[in-house]
Design a protein around this ligand. Structure first.
Ligand SMILES: C[S@@+](CC[C@H](N)C(=O)[O-])C[C@H]1O[C@@H](n2cnc3c(N)ncnc32)[C@H](O)[C@@H]1O
Length: 380
Protein backbone atom coordinates (compact mmCIF):
# COMPACT_ATOMS: atom_id res chain seq x y z
CA UNK A 1 0.00 0.00 0.00
CA UNK A 2 1.29 3.44 -0.95
CA UNK A 3 1.11 6.49 1.29
CA UNK A 4 1.25 10.11 0.26
CA UNK A 5 4.35 11.52 1.91
CA UNK A 6 6.14 14.83 2.24
CA UNK A 7 9.85 15.35 2.88
CA UNK A 8 10.35 18.65 4.70
CA UNK A 9 13.37 20.63 3.47
CA UNK A 10 15.02 23.80 4.79
CA UNK A 11 15.00 26.80 2.41
CA UNK A 12 16.97 26.16 -0.78
CA UNK A 13 17.57 22.46 -0.06
CA UNK A 14 14.79 20.89 -2.15
CA UNK A 15 16.80 20.39 -5.40
CA UNK A 16 19.41 18.32 -3.56
CA UNK A 17 16.78 16.34 -1.67
CA UNK A 18 15.08 15.64 -5.02
CA UNK A 19 18.39 14.44 -6.48
CA UNK A 20 18.92 12.11 -3.53
CA UNK A 21 15.36 10.88 -3.60
CA UNK A 22 15.54 9.97 -7.29
CA UNK A 23 18.77 8.05 -6.68
CA UNK A 24 16.88 5.99 -4.07
CA UNK A 25 14.07 5.19 -6.48
CA UNK A 26 11.44 7.67 -5.27
CA UNK A 27 9.85 10.24 -7.57
CA UNK A 28 9.05 13.71 -6.21
CA UNK A 29 5.62 14.81 -7.47
CA UNK A 30 5.87 18.58 -7.05
CA UNK A 31 9.19 19.56 -8.61
CA UNK A 32 9.11 23.25 -9.48
CA UNK A 33 9.95 23.87 -13.14
CA UNK A 34 13.14 25.84 -13.71
CA UNK A 35 12.10 28.41 -16.26
CA UNK A 36 14.03 30.04 -19.10
CA UNK A 37 17.75 30.20 -18.50
CA UNK A 38 17.39 29.27 -14.84
CA UNK A 39 17.84 32.87 -13.73
CA UNK A 40 14.22 33.02 -12.52
CA UNK A 41 14.59 30.71 -9.57
CA UNK A 42 11.38 28.73 -8.94
CA UNK A 43 9.57 29.36 -5.67
CA UNK A 44 10.86 27.16 -2.88
CA UNK A 45 8.25 24.45 -2.23
CA UNK A 46 9.56 23.89 1.33
CA UNK A 47 9.48 20.15 0.76
CA UNK A 48 8.79 17.35 -1.69
CA UNK A 49 5.60 15.34 -2.19
CA UNK A 50 6.01 11.70 -3.13
CA UNK A 51 4.32 8.34 -2.82
CA UNK A 52 5.92 5.51 -0.91
CA UNK A 53 5.13 2.11 0.49
CA UNK A 54 6.38 1.29 3.99
CA UNK A 55 9.73 -0.10 2.80
CA UNK A 56 10.38 2.98 0.70
CA UNK A 57 9.42 5.25 3.62
CA UNK A 58 11.89 3.39 5.84
CA UNK A 59 14.60 3.58 3.15
CA UNK A 60 14.21 7.33 2.67
CA UNK A 61 14.27 8.02 6.42
CA UNK A 62 17.39 5.89 6.77
CA UNK A 63 19.31 7.11 3.72
CA UNK A 64 18.31 10.65 2.76
CA UNK A 65 20.92 13.14 3.93
CA UNK A 66 19.32 16.53 3.30
CA UNK A 67 15.63 16.67 4.43
CA UNK A 68 14.66 17.44 8.05
CA UNK A 69 11.79 14.97 8.42
CA UNK A 70 9.32 12.88 6.44
CA UNK A 71 5.60 13.16 7.00
CA UNK A 72 2.84 10.79 5.93
CA UNK A 73 -0.35 12.52 4.84
CA UNK A 74 -3.19 10.96 6.79
CA UNK A 75 -5.91 13.32 5.56
CA UNK A 76 -5.54 15.77 2.74
CA UNK A 77 -7.46 19.01 2.19
CA UNK A 78 -10.74 18.06 3.84
CA UNK A 79 -13.14 20.81 4.87
CA UNK A 80 -13.14 21.84 8.53
CA UNK A 81 -15.42 24.87 8.74
CA UNK A 82 -16.85 24.00 12.16
CA UNK A 83 -15.44 22.08 15.08
CA UNK A 84 -18.05 19.36 14.57
CA UNK A 85 -17.10 18.96 10.89
CA UNK A 86 -13.45 18.82 11.89
CA UNK A 87 -14.01 16.24 14.62
CA UNK A 88 -16.17 13.99 12.44
CA UNK A 89 -13.82 14.07 9.44
CA UNK A 90 -10.75 13.59 11.59
CA UNK A 91 -12.35 10.59 13.35
CA UNK A 92 -12.71 8.88 9.93
CA UNK A 93 -8.93 8.85 9.37
CA UNK A 94 -6.95 5.61 9.80
CA UNK A 95 -5.20 6.64 13.04
CA UNK A 96 -4.94 3.00 14.09
CA UNK A 97 -2.18 2.43 11.50
CA UNK A 98 0.10 4.99 13.14
CA UNK A 99 -0.86 5.37 16.80
CA UNK A 100 -1.28 2.68 19.45
CA UNK A 101 -4.38 3.12 21.64
CA UNK A 102 -3.37 5.38 24.53
CA UNK A 103 0.03 6.29 22.95
CA UNK A 104 1.03 9.89 23.80
CA UNK A 105 1.03 12.39 20.92
CA UNK A 106 2.21 15.92 20.29
CA UNK A 107 -0.33 17.72 18.10
CA UNK A 108 0.99 20.78 16.25
CA UNK A 109 -1.50 22.99 14.46
CA UNK A 110 -1.20 26.04 12.21
CA UNK A 111 -4.26 27.97 10.98
CA UNK A 112 -4.35 30.48 8.09
CA UNK A 113 -7.31 32.33 6.58
CA UNK A 114 -9.84 29.93 8.12
CA UNK A 115 -13.02 30.18 10.21
CA UNK A 116 -11.34 28.00 12.83
CA UNK A 117 -8.35 30.05 13.83
CA UNK A 118 -7.64 28.92 17.39
CA UNK A 119 -4.90 26.34 16.98
CA UNK A 120 -5.27 25.04 20.56
CA UNK A 121 -8.98 24.34 20.05
CA UNK A 122 -8.27 22.60 16.71
CA UNK A 123 -5.64 20.43 18.42
CA UNK A 124 -8.14 19.54 21.15
CA UNK A 125 -10.72 18.35 18.53
CA UNK A 126 -8.06 16.30 16.75
CA UNK A 127 -7.24 14.70 20.12
CA UNK A 128 -10.93 13.87 20.55
CA UNK A 129 -11.07 12.36 17.06
CA UNK A 130 -8.08 10.11 17.86
CA UNK A 131 -9.79 9.00 21.06
CA UNK A 132 -13.07 8.33 19.22
CA UNK A 133 -11.25 6.20 16.65
CA UNK A 134 -8.91 4.30 18.99
CA UNK A 135 -11.20 4.02 22.02
CA UNK A 136 -8.67 5.52 24.41
CA UNK A 137 -7.38 9.07 24.94
CA UNK A 138 -3.86 9.79 23.65
CA UNK A 139 -2.28 12.12 26.23
CA UNK A 140 -0.54 15.22 24.86
CA UNK A 141 3.19 14.97 25.51
CA UNK A 142 6.06 17.07 24.15
CA UNK A 143 8.46 14.99 22.08
CA UNK A 144 5.91 12.17 21.60
CA UNK A 145 4.62 10.96 18.19
CA UNK A 146 3.96 14.16 16.25
CA UNK A 147 0.69 14.86 14.51
CA UNK A 148 0.88 17.95 12.29
CA UNK A 149 -2.25 19.74 11.15
CA UNK A 150 -2.39 22.65 8.75
CA UNK A 151 -5.64 24.51 8.21
CA UNK A 152 -5.64 26.83 5.18
CA UNK A 153 -8.78 28.38 3.67
CA UNK A 154 -10.93 26.07 5.84
CA UNK A 155 -9.24 22.94 4.49
CA UNK A 156 -7.27 20.72 6.76
CA UNK A 157 -4.29 18.52 6.04
CA UNK A 158 -3.28 16.13 8.81
CA UNK A 159 0.09 14.42 8.74
CA UNK A 160 1.90 11.92 10.92
CA UNK A 161 5.63 12.38 11.39
CA UNK A 162 7.51 9.23 10.44
CA UNK A 163 10.97 10.46 11.50
CA UNK A 164 10.73 11.42 15.18
CA UNK A 165 13.72 13.54 16.05
CA UNK A 166 14.76 15.79 13.16
CA UNK A 167 16.79 13.83 10.61
CA UNK A 168 19.81 16.09 11.12
CA UNK A 169 20.25 14.24 14.42
CA UNK A 170 22.41 11.40 13.15
CA UNK A 171 23.60 10.42 16.61
CA UNK A 172 27.31 11.18 16.14
CA UNK A 173 27.50 14.88 16.93
CA UNK A 174 27.47 15.01 20.70
CA UNK A 175 29.89 17.93 20.90
CA UNK A 176 30.07 21.11 18.86
CA UNK A 177 32.60 23.88 18.38
CA UNK A 178 31.49 27.45 17.54
CA UNK A 179 28.64 27.95 15.00
CA UNK A 180 28.17 24.34 13.82
CA UNK A 181 26.18 23.64 10.66
CA UNK A 182 23.18 21.35 10.77
CA UNK A 183 24.19 17.96 9.44
CA UNK A 184 21.46 18.14 6.77
CA UNK A 185 22.84 21.48 5.48
CA UNK A 186 26.44 20.24 5.69
CA UNK A 187 25.46 17.17 3.63
CA UNK A 188 23.81 19.37 1.00
CA UNK A 189 26.97 21.42 0.40
CA UNK A 190 29.16 18.81 -1.37
CA UNK A 191 26.11 17.62 -3.31
CA UNK A 192 25.30 21.20 -4.39
CA UNK A 193 28.94 21.75 -5.40
CA UNK A 194 28.79 18.71 -7.68
CA UNK A 195 31.43 16.78 -5.71
CA UNK A 196 31.61 13.31 -7.16
CA UNK A 197 32.77 11.49 -3.99
CA UNK A 198 35.95 10.35 -5.77
CA UNK A 199 38.14 13.46 -5.83
CA UNK A 200 39.77 14.98 -2.71
CA UNK A 201 37.72 17.28 -0.50
CA UNK A 202 39.14 19.90 1.85
CA UNK A 203 37.51 22.01 4.57
CA UNK A 204 40.11 24.44 5.99
CA UNK A 205 37.61 25.95 8.53
CA UNK A 206 36.21 22.65 9.75
CA UNK A 207 35.00 23.57 13.28
CA UNK A 208 33.17 20.47 14.61
CA UNK A 209 33.97 18.67 11.34
CA UNK A 210 30.41 18.47 10.06
CA UNK A 211 31.14 19.04 6.35
CA UNK A 212 34.05 16.55 6.30
CA UNK A 213 32.07 13.91 8.23
CA UNK A 214 28.99 14.26 6.03
CA UNK A 215 31.16 14.19 2.88
CA UNK A 216 32.85 10.99 4.10
CA UNK A 217 29.49 9.34 4.86
CA UNK A 218 28.46 10.33 1.31
CA UNK A 219 31.65 8.99 -0.30
CA UNK A 220 31.35 5.70 1.58
CA UNK A 221 27.60 5.59 0.93
CA UNK A 222 26.98 5.09 4.65
CA UNK A 223 23.32 5.68 5.50
CA UNK A 224 23.14 8.68 7.87
CA UNK A 225 20.37 7.14 10.00
CA UNK A 226 21.96 3.79 10.84
CA UNK A 227 22.53 4.73 14.50
CA UNK A 228 19.19 6.29 15.41
CA UNK A 229 15.57 5.47 15.98
CA UNK A 230 12.61 6.63 13.91
CA UNK A 231 9.01 7.35 14.92
CA UNK A 232 7.70 4.73 12.46
CA UNK A 233 9.26 2.01 14.64
CA UNK A 234 6.49 2.57 17.21
CA UNK A 235 3.62 2.47 14.71
CA UNK A 236 1.17 -0.45 14.93
CA UNK A 237 1.86 -1.13 11.23
CA UNK A 238 5.66 -1.31 11.74
CA UNK A 239 7.02 -4.08 9.55
CA UNK A 240 10.17 -5.34 11.29
CA UNK A 241 11.10 -7.66 8.40
CA UNK A 242 10.83 -4.84 5.85
CA UNK A 243 12.93 -2.59 8.10
CA UNK A 244 15.64 -5.24 8.51
CA UNK A 245 15.68 -5.75 4.72
CA UNK A 246 16.06 -2.00 4.14
CA UNK A 247 18.90 -1.83 6.71
CA UNK A 248 20.63 -4.84 5.14
CA UNK A 249 20.32 -3.26 1.68
CA UNK A 250 21.90 -0.02 3.02
CA UNK A 251 24.77 -1.92 4.64
CA UNK A 252 25.39 -3.89 1.45
CA UNK A 253 25.56 -0.63 -0.55
CA UNK A 254 28.43 0.77 1.56
CA UNK A 255 31.82 1.35 -0.05
CA UNK A 256 35.04 0.91 1.89
CA UNK A 257 37.35 3.41 0.19
CA UNK A 258 37.03 7.18 0.24
CA UNK A 259 39.20 9.78 -1.53
CA UNK A 260 41.49 12.01 0.57
CA UNK A 261 39.26 14.11 2.86
CA UNK A 262 41.08 16.83 4.78
CA UNK A 263 39.70 18.92 7.60
CA UNK A 264 41.60 21.61 9.44
CA UNK A 265 40.97 24.46 11.83
CA UNK A 266 43.30 26.74 13.72
CA UNK A 267 41.46 26.01 16.96
CA UNK A 268 42.78 23.03 18.90
CA UNK A 269 39.46 22.47 20.75
CA UNK A 270 37.57 22.37 17.44
CA UNK A 271 39.88 19.68 16.05
CA UNK A 272 39.54 17.58 19.21
CA UNK A 273 35.73 17.80 18.93
CA UNK A 274 35.74 17.13 15.17
CA UNK A 275 37.84 14.01 15.69
CA UNK A 276 35.55 12.74 18.47
CA UNK A 277 32.50 13.33 16.24
CA UNK A 278 34.17 11.54 13.31
CA UNK A 279 35.01 8.58 15.59
CA UNK A 280 31.39 8.32 16.72
CA UNK A 281 30.30 8.50 13.07
CA UNK A 282 32.73 5.64 12.32
CA UNK A 283 34.65 7.63 9.68
CA UNK A 284 37.67 9.03 11.61
CA UNK A 285 40.16 6.80 9.78
CA UNK A 286 39.09 8.34 6.45
CA UNK A 287 39.60 12.02 7.42
CA UNK A 288 42.97 13.74 7.82
CA UNK A 289 42.46 16.24 10.63
CA UNK A 290 45.03 18.95 11.29
CA UNK A 291 45.21 21.86 13.68
CA UNK A 292 46.45 24.58 11.39
CA UNK A 293 45.55 28.02 10.10
CA UNK A 294 44.17 28.29 6.57
CA UNK A 295 47.53 29.78 5.53
CA UNK A 296 49.23 26.45 6.35
CA UNK A 297 47.03 24.00 4.40
CA UNK A 298 48.79 21.27 2.42
CA UNK A 299 46.31 19.93 -0.12
CA UNK A 300 47.06 16.84 -2.20
CA UNK A 301 48.30 17.47 -5.73
CA UNK A 302 45.34 15.88 -7.44
CA UNK A 303 42.71 18.64 -7.81
CA UNK A 304 39.54 18.29 -5.81
CA UNK A 305 36.91 20.38 -4.06
CA UNK A 306 37.25 22.92 -1.25
CA UNK A 307 33.90 23.01 0.55
CA UNK A 308 33.91 25.25 3.56
CA UNK A 309 32.09 27.55 5.94
CA UNK A 310 34.48 30.29 7.08
CA UNK A 311 33.50 32.56 9.97
CA UNK A 312 30.96 35.26 9.23
CA UNK A 313 28.47 37.29 11.22
CA UNK A 314 25.24 39.15 10.69
CA UNK A 315 27.05 42.35 9.69
CA UNK A 316 30.58 41.32 9.19
CA UNK A 317 31.50 43.01 5.92
CA UNK A 318 32.52 45.97 8.04
CA UNK A 319 34.91 43.82 10.08
CA UNK A 320 38.46 44.28 8.85
CA UNK A 321 39.74 40.98 10.31
CA UNK A 322 37.15 39.01 8.37
CA UNK A 323 37.83 40.95 5.18
CA UNK A 324 41.50 40.05 5.57
CA UNK A 325 40.64 36.40 6.31
CA UNK A 326 38.57 36.07 3.09
CA UNK A 327 41.29 37.81 1.07
CA UNK A 328 43.81 35.39 2.59
CA UNK A 329 41.57 32.43 1.71
CA UNK A 330 41.52 33.58 -1.93
CA UNK A 331 45.32 33.98 -1.98
CA UNK A 332 45.96 30.60 -0.34
CA UNK A 333 43.62 28.81 -2.75
CA UNK A 334 45.22 30.44 -5.80
CA UNK A 335 48.66 29.42 -4.53
CA UNK A 336 47.83 25.93 -3.22
CA UNK A 337 44.74 24.71 -5.08
CA UNK A 338 44.88 25.83 -8.72
CA UNK A 339 42.20 24.08 -10.77
CA UNK A 340 40.23 23.03 -7.66
CA UNK A 341 36.50 23.62 -7.45
CA UNK A 342 35.32 25.66 -4.52
CA UNK A 343 32.11 26.07 -2.51
CA UNK A 344 32.06 28.71 0.23
CA UNK A 345 29.08 29.15 2.55
CA UNK A 346 28.84 32.71 3.82
CA UNK A 347 26.22 35.30 4.68
CA UNK A 348 28.07 38.17 3.13
CA UNK A 349 28.56 38.97 -0.55
CA UNK A 350 31.11 41.67 0.18
CA UNK A 351 33.24 39.18 2.13
CA UNK A 352 32.96 36.64 -0.68
CA UNK A 353 34.14 39.38 -3.05
CA UNK A 354 37.27 39.77 -0.93
CA UNK A 355 38.45 36.33 -2.05
CA UNK A 356 38.99 37.67 -5.56
CA UNK A 357 37.57 34.37 -6.90
CA UNK A 358 34.95 34.32 -9.65
CA UNK A 359 31.97 32.86 -7.82
CA UNK A 360 28.42 31.95 -8.76
CA UNK A 361 26.26 33.15 -5.86
CA UNK A 362 22.98 31.64 -7.08
CA UNK A 363 22.36 29.13 -4.27
CA UNK A 364 20.59 30.73 -1.33
CA UNK A 365 20.19 28.76 1.87
CA UNK A 366 19.47 29.47 5.52
CA UNK A 367 21.81 28.60 8.37
CA UNK A 368 20.64 29.05 11.95
CA UNK A 369 17.92 31.45 10.80
CA UNK A 370 20.37 33.61 8.83
CA UNK A 371 20.20 33.92 5.02
CA UNK A 372 23.43 32.54 3.53
CA UNK A 373 24.88 31.97 0.08
CA UNK A 374 26.70 28.92 -1.21
CA UNK A 375 29.16 30.57 -3.60
CA UNK A 376 30.66 28.16 -6.12
CA UNK A 377 33.47 28.47 -8.59
CA UNK A 378 36.83 27.23 -9.77
CA UNK A 379 40.21 28.43 -8.51
CA UNK A 380 41.96 29.96 -11.55
C1 LIG B 1 31.71 28.94 11.11
S1 LIG B 1 32.90 27.94 11.91
C2 LIG B 1 32.82 26.42 11.01
C3 LIG B 1 31.76 25.53 11.55
C4 LIG B 1 31.75 24.17 10.94
N1 LIG B 1 31.29 24.18 9.55
C5 LIG B 1 30.91 23.19 11.77
O1 LIG B 1 29.92 22.63 11.26
O2 LIG B 1 31.20 23.04 12.95
C6 LIG B 1 34.41 28.66 11.36
C7 LIG B 1 35.68 28.01 11.91
O3 LIG B 1 36.81 28.69 11.32
C8 LIG B 1 37.89 28.63 12.26
N2 LIG B 1 38.88 29.66 11.87
C9 LIG B 1 38.79 31.00 12.01
N3 LIG B 1 39.88 31.60 11.48
C10 LIG B 1 40.66 30.62 10.99
C11 LIG B 1 41.91 30.59 10.30
N4 LIG B 1 42.58 31.72 10.03
N5 LIG B 1 42.42 29.41 9.91
C12 LIG B 1 41.73 28.25 10.17
N6 LIG B 1 40.57 28.21 10.86
C13 LIG B 1 40.04 29.38 11.24
C14 LIG B 1 37.22 28.83 13.60
O4 LIG B 1 38.03 28.28 14.65
C15 LIG B 1 35.88 28.10 13.41
O5 LIG B 1 35.96 26.78 13.93
Amino acid sequence: MDFYCYAVTAPGIWPFAAQEMKALGAAPLNLPAVTGNGVDAPADPGGLDFRADLASLYRLNLRLRTPGRILVRLGNFFYARTFEELRQSAARLAWERFIQPGQPVEIRVTCHKSKLYHSGAVAERIGQAIEARLGQPSPEQKGAQRVMARLVNDRLTISIDSSGENLHKRGYRLETAKAPLRETLAAALPIACGWDGNAPLLDPFCGSGTIAIEATLLALNIAPGLNRRFAFMDWPNFDEAAWQAVRAEALAAQRNAAPPILASDRDEGAIRIALANAERAGVAEHIRFARQAVSAIEPPEEPGWVVTNPPYGARVSANKDLRNLYAQLGNVLRAQCPGWRVGILSSDRALLGQTGLTLDTGIRLVNGGLAVILARGRVE
